[in-house]
Design a protein around this ligand. Sequence first.
Ligand SMILES: Cc1cc2nc3c(=O)[nH]c(=O)nc-3n(C[C@H](O)[C@H](O)[C@H](O)COP(=O)(O)OP(=O)(O)OC[C@H]3O[C@@H](n4cnc5c(N)ncnc54)[C@H](O)[C@@H]3O)c2cc1C
Length: 374
Amino acid sequence: MPVSTPVAALRPTELEPAVEALAAQPDLCVLAGGTELMVLANAGRLRPGGFLLIDRIPELRGVWFTEQEVIIGAATTCADLTHPDLRAVLPALAQAARAIGSAALRTRATLGGNLASGKRLGGGPAPLPGRDMLTTLIALGAVAVCRTRHDWRQVPVAGLYARDGGVQLQPGELITAFRLPLGTGQQGFMKIGTRGGPGRPVLTLALVVDPSTRQVACAIGGHGPVPARVDHAGQWLQAHVDWEAGAIPDPGTYQTFARLVAEGLLAPLTAGPAGASTSRIPDEYRRQAAEVCARRALVRALPPSGWLEQVKQYQIKAELMRARSAVERAERGLPQAPPVPGPITGPINVPGLGALGARTDITIPAQGNGGRAQ
Ligand SMILES: Cc1cc2nc3c(=O)[nH]c(=O)nc-3n(C[C@H](O)[C@H](O)[C@H](O)COP(=O)(O)OP(=O)(O)OC[C@H]3O[C@@H](n4cnc5c(N)ncnc54)[C@H](O)[C@@H]3O)c2cc1C
């Protein structure tokens, strides 16, 4: 049954009034792109006390480049994430965004909405989540920045979920941004669904290689409530790459890596909301899908030779982006400070994350908003 009674909607243009409103009225339903929520509302499965629209808050939308990080506002759309500038330094993120729904949907669907997808709303069961972006964010070792009226919280993205995949946001809490280590571009994302075009994935896979630290991270999703890192495969690969020459000398490395990734697949967990949709997929099919995706992702990220030059190009591009984005923001009157509480000065607890997760002792230079509203 469609929603028939009018529902109040607030549409603030700044972050402070948004968190104030959420604190005053915790049953307000945060609406970013609305691509999940409006489907539920139209089906009569959603009866919120009101909507808080966050699509007009400039602080929540956009990309900030710092020395070591890229900070992405939670209300940044998937279409924005496919921009060539961002694709140049974080290709796995752009590829994952490009695999969400249709082109029209991507102009509305946001990164924050994707990660908070499946959030329990009021009394009913949680909607089946669509969180394809999460696999990439876990592989990248991303940190979610959350805000309530009085507090900031920074948590590795995997820490946003319970074991059954339920979203663990506190009442009145808003995701404001995601912090991602600045990559060197040696990365990729793959998705296999049950049919062509938009649909729930059988498998998603993200591979992130950082030649500067010689670390490899791979995450697979679609098989359980929350994507998992397959660190044993990444650790094995680290020892089989000639980092000095920028080459993989033994062609058999690709197949072995792919097999190790596939072995990392756990049995589908039908209890969790994300596992339910494709749980009828035979394990053998999913295993093969993982193997094929892992091999292809590795060939693209690290071809047999000659990628040192590519790494240099990525570094030049990242430098250019940093300089240019600050100027463009100033010219266009966009917020200079990202919606984060300031520099991360110590390591953040990253449960279950090794490899790239260890790179969370990042420092953001002065342009962070220096503890504002703490
Ligand atoms: C036709 C169709 C195809 C789709 N295809 C895909 C697909 O291929 N892959 C995929 O992953 N998903 C898919 N989806 C699901 C959905 O569109 C995405 O998950 C989308 O990214 C949700 O983003 P949104 O901004 O529209 O979220 P909304 O609908 O606005 O919100 C979704 C949830 O997130 C919460 N929320 C949003 N922003 C925040 C925030 N900043 N802080 C706290 N909570 C927040 C909302 O309260 C709500 O509970 C599809 C949906 C449709 C209708």
